[in-house]
Design a protein around this ligand. Sequence first.
Ligand code: FRU
Length: 682
Amino acid sequence: MLMKSSNQFTAIYSLLVVLNCLTAVFAEDLVIADFESGTYDGWTVTGEAFGAAPAAGDLPGQMEVSGYRGAHLVNTFFNGDATIGNATSREFRIERSHIAFLIGGGPHKDSVGMELLIDGNRVRAKTGPESESLESANWDVREFAGKTATLRIFDKATGGWGHILIDQIVQTNEPPERFDLTGQLADYRKSADYLNEALRPQAHFTPEINWMNDPNGLVFHNGEYHLFYQCNPAGNSWGHMSWGHAVSRDLAHWKHLPLALPEEDGVMAFSGCCVVDHNNTSGFGSTTRPPMVAVYTGHGHGKQVQNLAYSNDDGRTWTKHANNPVLDLNNPDFRDPKVFWHAPTKRWIMVVSLAVEKVLVFYASVDLKRWIELSRFGPAGAKTKPNWECPDLFELPVENEAGRKLWVLEADMGSGSVAGGSGGEYFVGEFDGTTFTTLQDAQWVDYGRDFYAPVSWSDIPESDGRRIWLGWFNNWETCLVPTSPWRSCLSVPRTLTLRKVPAADGTRTQRYVMMQRPVTELSKLTTSTIPLDTTQATWPPAAITNPGDMTDMNFALSATLQPGTARSCGFRIRTGDDEFTEVGYDSDPGVVYVDRKKSGNVNFHKAFAGRHEAPTRLIDGAASVHVIVDRSSIEVFINDGEAVISDRIFPSSQTPTIEVFGDRTARVTNTTLQQRKSIWHR
Ligand code: FRU
């Protein structure tokens, strides 16, 4: 009897404990503030930075703000970074285990952030993640249970990133994860539009979801072309920079893989490269199973340093080197290392940028860990506001000088490039293992607005011998392109060689130009090749009869443009009554151009609409163009790759009509249309 009642007592007691725990876990969240009333009711606000009321997203002059809940948030970018102020909550009692909130904005500890005050003393504080996409953060406040507290959001910073973003402050027993990439990906993979939204390129690499910028760590290893890229696991605008990852066996089809290098401990994984360490000089693997080594910039705590990470399983998992950084100049703008094995001197060479000085530094190492400075190059090239990043250095054959090889040094400027905004320039010269010497002036890498930070693949087998690169198909100035749930794509992979050619300006000067051609592997995407009769090029432009069944903006168009005495001739890719993208040759001043002024959605940024021109020489009175159109992109390869124009476009329709134009003396010939299939939907 006694036994029974004691058993009953234990059972009831256990049940109560469980119930108690359950109510504790399932107790509803208590909202401290969600700012959805659109007012600062309940808060005492001082200073100017908070504006008169919570913001409805980004403020004038600010990058896109994302990741907040509902329609309003606290955004202290009011009148820019220079404004300061405080917002203090009314008192509340601590009744849950955690205080969770969404936070974005500047990373300046103690000068922007939010703090928890008990009896007037700071007991917790959190600063921003250097991102305009808000992420979840929380404080464990169990030790303060039952106490009275206040929150203070503070902005004392006046310089760059001198603002804070706060939203959705709750008391909770179940604080959310910082961000939930896995969950979002799982949802997206079920979506009917998976990798097939109207503006999603079908023959170019795109991430499944979220923001991306530069290609990183391109390396060929064990039959796979690896592609890493700058991505934001937390949102669709820049922030939390980490390395995304994909692989391909043919440079056309890509397989998405999990994040390779995440941001960690306030250090973002900025751009860099990968090499296969065949002799295991680093000791990270073995000679029988050489490691892949990533050399990348760590960005955080006020400086940029060069770090290593390695993989011994074909890039599927990565370990960050225990003794990072391997290069630290205590400099906030020291980034984007590109490393290669220099066989003649049997050592690794790194080229890396001192960005604001517009100087590239060359280093050497025998083990990828200890680096010695060899030389510097720059400032040089375009006379723009100094800024170089994402350099590359490689040797190329000169096609029309048998046996000759020269070196190309490429670097990118964040603004002031040929078509406006960001772009790249290159030098052709000699590299003796220590110093790069240029033989001629800098030339533009691409004459469009949307080709940035290209890098070339490492470790392409000698039996193949190609130098292949691709670039970020975007421009920093207009990077917030109107696509979702992903942003940006990469260009098609392009093979590189040099050719000595007469200058496009009609003078007799000869110079070496870098020829860029789409890799031949892309031809496997062709589903039909249709010759088009375009000899009757007239004005106004006329639709080409029987251009096949154009059901998708995923095609390539090749032609010879012979202007005769016409001012211009070429094509219009029409996607609406008053909507088209024009590609043509203009005799005055002798350029091939892409005009995207009426290409569709051009109003998302004031610098987007425009016409971009590449100086073009006529060969026997004609210029050739190979135009790759892929839903929201256009790449025009001129005269077999002597110049390229890469532009994004955002047309309203994906079923185009192709028109040709010229006059009685102009001839558009050798026109073929290749329709292509998607790399995603087989
Ligand atoms: C170039 C760049 C790099 C940097 C990366 C950060 O686009 O600014 O210099 O490493 O992007 O995402």
